[in-house]
Design a protein around this ligand. Structure first.
Ligand SMILES: [Zn+2]
Length: 264
């Protein structure tokens, strides 16, 4: 696994939280993790993650693939070079957000569920001591997104099980998991909304770290990441009476729904 530097904040507080037990986390700092197929897929939960950070949470970003096929503006680019660009851009975003990035570097657009990958994702969830996870909805235009959803469903459930051994110790309980809305004409049963009016500008600024995707988006759709997010967040905000919002629904899975408040 390729890892960027650990943000120093977390070690002592993680150990303390681990000792105190996750049942006591209501009102306390949490470890918030986005698990997405590609670098930039965090765009529909990033505002909420920034809000989490304001309440003292630690942020982590996991991507399953290397993002090497995201170059409509430069189709001839080789995989290694493309993957390096995506890694650099996502690392910059994570750093600027005060978080940490873990890249599992599977083959973009050819993501398959394998025993080896499940163990690597279980380890990543354990390593981050994940308590709140954001990932893709199960119905999505991109099969990598759907595969990531199912990997998270399985691995979040398995992360507390000692029988599945990885380098880090098992989680004390499965993390809460919330799903982000997909792009496109897909019905999404939004049940939870966060007001990100105060975080929208920072979110838009951070997304510009994905320079290659800003270019790809403009080449393919004629519009950039900020415009895309602004339309969606304004639509969701209008539904709940604020300027900008992000919306989610809980993963319907054993252990993923909590009896305590997890969203900010
Ligand atoms: Zn994606």
């Amino acid at each position: 696994m390729i890892r960027d530097k650990v943000v120093p904040a977390s070690r002592a507080s993680l150990a303390r939280r681990e000792r105190t037990g996750q049942k006591e986390i209501e009102g306390k700092a949490m470890n918030v993790v986005s698990v997405m197929a590609h670098q930039d897929d965090e765009m529909f939960c990033l505002g909420t993650m920034l809000k989490c950070k304001k309440r003292g949470d630690s942020l982590f970003f996991i991507t399953i693939t290397d993002g090497s096929k995201g170059f409509v503006q430069n189709p001839g680019i080789n995989r290694k070079k493309a993957a390096a660009i995506r890694h650099r851009e996502m690392s910059a975003l994570a750093r600027a957000a005060g978080g940490r990035y873990i890249n599992l570097r599977e083959h973009d657009e050819f993501l398959y569920d394998t025993p080896e990958l499940r163990l690597r994702l279980i380890e990543a969830l354990r390593e981050t001591r994940a308590q709140l996870v954001f990932t893709h909805f199960h119905n999505d235009y991109n099969l990598d997104h759907v595969s990531t959803h199912h990997l998270v469903k399985q691995c979040a459930m398995h992360a507390p099980l000692p029988v599945l051994r990885t380098k880090s110790k098992p989680l004390s309980e499965a993390p809460a998991v919330f799903l982000i809305e997909p792009h496109g004409p897909i019905l999404f049963p939004a049940t939870h909304y966060t007001d990100i009016s105060g975080e929208f500008e920072e979110k838009a600024e951070l997304l510009l770290c994905h320079d290659s995707q800003e270019r790809a988006m403009k080449a393919a759709l004629g519009t950039g990441l900020k415009e895309l997010c602004a339309k969606t967040a304004a639509f969701r905000g209008q539904q709940v009476g604020c300027a900008y919002a992000e919306c989610f629904c809980p993963m319907e899975a054993r252990g993923a729904v909590k009896t305590y408040q997890v969203l900010p």
